[in-house]
Design a protein around this ligand. Structure first.
Ligand SMILES: C[S@@+](CC[C@H](N)C(=O)[O-])C[C@H]1O[C@@H](n2cnc3c(N)ncnc32)[C@H](O)[C@@H]1O
Length: 246
């Protein structure tokens, strides 16, 4: 492969695809699609729609099957390292077979909770293939959340912390008053103590199913839990993000 383009495609709204991303997509001969086998059909459809709408010339789609990972290992670090190496080997093989320009479409932006760039670096570090690569930024779910609620993520001059549901379960760090939480399957906000916490929650941001709820955490937490459960059951999957402010 001559060149690899890692392209952020926005977090759900096909109109969030930037002109820079469209130009990059039209340079690609092949799109690598990374599948764990459990990807939601809606998300697969969105990627197909984006390609059909924006790419004018011919292109190929190359599937890369992610190797399975042991999720409950005894030796966590050793197993994860082994899995990353196996992933890199699979990517390397597909990259080596591509003569032209390859592209990977990344949900939101590649800089936020996404492993694509780490895999690409690992493939290059193995030294068996070489290529140039560049990153085209995309609109993240965090920006979609802020836009949906028409808000600024931080109060004037304050820092903003971005974290996961798993880390939030350990508590908000001392001095952190604004935190965006992603990858939270367990409505961990209910474990955040305090009567003075506000929440701005959003699910399916940027899609026709977008749902927004905001208010004092203690007033709206049960409503968010109920709505989240209903939506997840109805669609079979959910993606949600929220801002907490003390
Ligand atoms: C693996 S991370 C990928 C984030 C992505 N790279 C980005 O820039 O937004 C997936 C998490 O992003 C958030 N997310 C992504 N798309 C979303 C959407 N359309 N609505 C709400 N949350 C979303 C959820 O917290 C989800 O668990």
């Amino acid at each position: 492969m001559r060149e690899l383009l890692v392209i952020g495609i926005g977090a759900g709204d096909p109109d969030q695809v930037t002109i820079q991303a469209i130009k990059a997509m039209n340079k690609a001969d092949a799109f690598f699609v990374i599948g764990k086998g459990d990807e939601k059909q809606d998300l697969v459809d969105l990627r197909t729609t984006i390609l059909e709408e924006h790419v004018t010339g011919p292109y190929r789609v190359v599937d890369i099957a992610d190797p399975p990972r042991n999720r409950t290992p005894d030796d966590y670090e050793g197993v994860v390292d082994d899995w990353h190496e196996r992933r890199a080997a699979v990517f390397e093989e597909k990259f080596a077979a591509e003569p032209g320009v390859g592209a990977i479409l990344v949900w939101g932006d590649p800089s936020l909770y996404d492993s694509t760039l780490r895999i690409v670096e690992r493939v290059l570090a193995r030294g068996n293939v070489s290529f140039d690569y560049s990153v085209i930024p995309g609109v993240t779910s965090v920006q979609s959340l802020a836009a949906g609620h028409r808000m600024v993520l931080n109060r004037i001059g304050e820092p903003i912390h971005i974290t996961t549901g798993r880390r939030l379960a350990e508590g908000l760090p001392e001095g952190v008053d604004n935190a965006v939480v992603m990858l939270d399957a367990n409505t961990t906000f209910t474990q955040v103590p305090g009567e003075d916490v506000q929440i701005w929650w959003g699910a399916y941001l940027g899609t026709p199913d977008e749902v927004l709820i905001s208010g004092r955490l203690r007033d709206v937490e049960s409503e968010i839990q109920r709505v989240r459960t209903e939506l997840r059951e109805r669609k079979g999957w959910i993606m949600d993000t929220y801002l907490l402010r003390r």
